[in-house]
Write a protein that binds this ligand. Structure first.
Ligand code: EPZ
Length: 421
């Protein structure tokens, strides 16, 4: 697998565009299973998770073709209902084919999603929601086997001990779209990606109200048509770039970044010392790189996103003072602490929190990315570290970022990819 070599960089200057949101396109690709007609999705990011979801759809007998950022899905009365272990184990989001397959085909056999380095990834809320709609579900030989003679609308509570579930809300909303009668989802997730999925379903002819709030009402319909849809910008890619500029210093305009998706991030980066200007359809970030300690707690939207926690920790590592970072969504999501400490950071974990004592400067080192968002955090740390940093585990980065190193290099970052084998 390739490596990235990162040198101290900055100031970063220029304009970049954000790709479409990975976490919006994946459930929307699954939603195409709810219709026999083709759908066309644009602004699709060319990331590994999208290619994996395409493989899952093809395995079900569905056509999936990506040309630049335009994805054409042709269900054509597919017959498959199995999402196999070798694909689901690569990507937990595969679980979101469960609801559409049940609703459209009455059956689904989906491998249990493996755990991952960010912690346990239970699916109890997904199963609770689908069972409430009348599905019978059993777990056998590592597979979720679900069936129904016809889903019926119901009142569903989707709050878990870590807040609402994004993909469980998506699964239940998709299944309820073809169920008999009305479904009320309470304690629904409000993430922009859930709203984007609802907008896609509405274009397909679904009847949904309240998306973006904690209570979503779905009135089932007999059939859904194919649709055309443009994916929302990726707020996590935008937030990652904002944190990069805050740390390395500079003046960068991020086209596509939406202030309404990044309120908590704008608030915390401003508090740390960056200045963020809302432009028409873009955000402009300016910083002199001299930052001060902040306290951050990750929460469901509109709180600070857990998917920017690792990147924020890298910023705290070089901010003046002692920062506190508390992870309320995935309390085990701290694999990046040891790698950042190898670079001279002074971070100690206290349960679901990390105490980060800012240092004058980090030192470049060979580091290994344990997961997708930690890979971005280590790149950002490399941008402000002495000497050079060698990052292994680039495949993690490629799951959710389309050419992050090229985007940063265009802004003046000294970052190169070293081909391996
Ligand atoms: C989505 O995952 C995102 N992935 C994650 O992004 C993101 O971190 C997460 O939402 C939270 O915002 C995609 O959209 C593909 P959850 P999801 O169900 O839906 C617990 C990235 O880096 N929970 O909202 O799987 C769960 O353990 C990825 O792009 C249950 O207890 O997350 C967690 O503590 C990482 N039971 C909390 O809820 C369940 O049945 C939120 O998880 C489901 C979840």
């Amino acid at each position: 697998m390739d490596k990235l070599v990162i040198e101290r960089s900055g100031p970063l200057c220029g304009t970049v565009s954000v790709h479409g949101a990975k976490n919006a396109v994946l459930p929307i690709m699954a939603a195409c299973l709810l219709s026999d007609e083709p759908s066309v999705i644009t602004n699709v990011p060319p990331v590994t998770d999208v290619f994996t979801m395409m493989e899952i759809l093809r395995g079900l007998g569905v056509g999936a073709a990506l040309a630049q950022d335009r994805l054409t899905i042709t269900p054509d009365a597919y017959t498959g209902v199995v999402a196999p272990y070798e694909l689901v184990s690569r990507m937990r989001a595969s679980v979101c084919v469960l609801g559409p397959l049940l609703a459209k085909r009455g059956r689904a056999k989906v491998s249990m999603p493996g755990g991952c380095v960010i912690g346990a990834r239970p699916i109890d809320l997904h199963l609770k929601g689908l069972q409430a709609l009348g599905a019978s579900v059993e777990i056998k030989h590592g597979y979720i086997i679900a069936s129904t003679s016809g889903l019926r609308g119901a009142r569903v509570q989707l709050g878990g001990s870590f807040g609402s579930s994004v993909l469980a809300t998506g699964n239940v909303m998709m299944a309820a779209s073809l169920a008999e009668g009305e479904t009320l989802i309470e304690q629904a997730a409000c993430e922009p990606e859930v709203v984007d999925l609802a907008n896609f379903l509405l274009t397909m002819g679904a009847r949904i109200e309240g998306c973006g709030s904690r209570v979503i009402r779905i009135r089932g319909v007999a059939r859904l048509r194919g649709a055309r849809h443009r994916i929302i910008p990726d707020r996590i890619e935008a937030g990652t770039l904002m944190i990069a500029v805050a740390m390395a210093g500079g003046d960068v305009t991020i086209d596509g970044a939406r202030a309404e998706h990044l309120g908590a991030v704008i608030d915390k980066l401003t508090e740390a010392g960056a200045s963020i200007e809302k432009l028409n359809g873009a955000l402009r970030v300016q910083s002199d790189g001299a930052l001060k300690a902040v306290e951050v707690t990750t929460l469901p939207f509109p709180g600070f996103p857990t998917d920017l926690q690792a990147q924020m920790m890298a910023l705290m590592a070089v901010s003046r003072g002692v920062s506190l970072l508390t992870e309320k969504i995935y309390p085990e999501r701290f694999m990046h602490i040891s790698e950042l400490n190898r670079m001279g950071a002074q971070i100690t974990r206290e349960g679901a929190s990390a105490v980060v004592k800012g240092v004058e400067s980090l030192r470049g080192a060979p580091v290994v990315a344990p997961d997708l968002r930690a890979s971005a955090a280590l790149i950002l740390a490399g941008l402000v570290a002495e000497n050079h940093t060698e990052l292994d585990g680039v495949d993690h980065m490629e799951r959710g970022y389309a050419g992050l190193e090229e985007v940063l290099a265009r802004l003046g970052a000294k970052i190169t990819r070293v081909k391996q084998g």
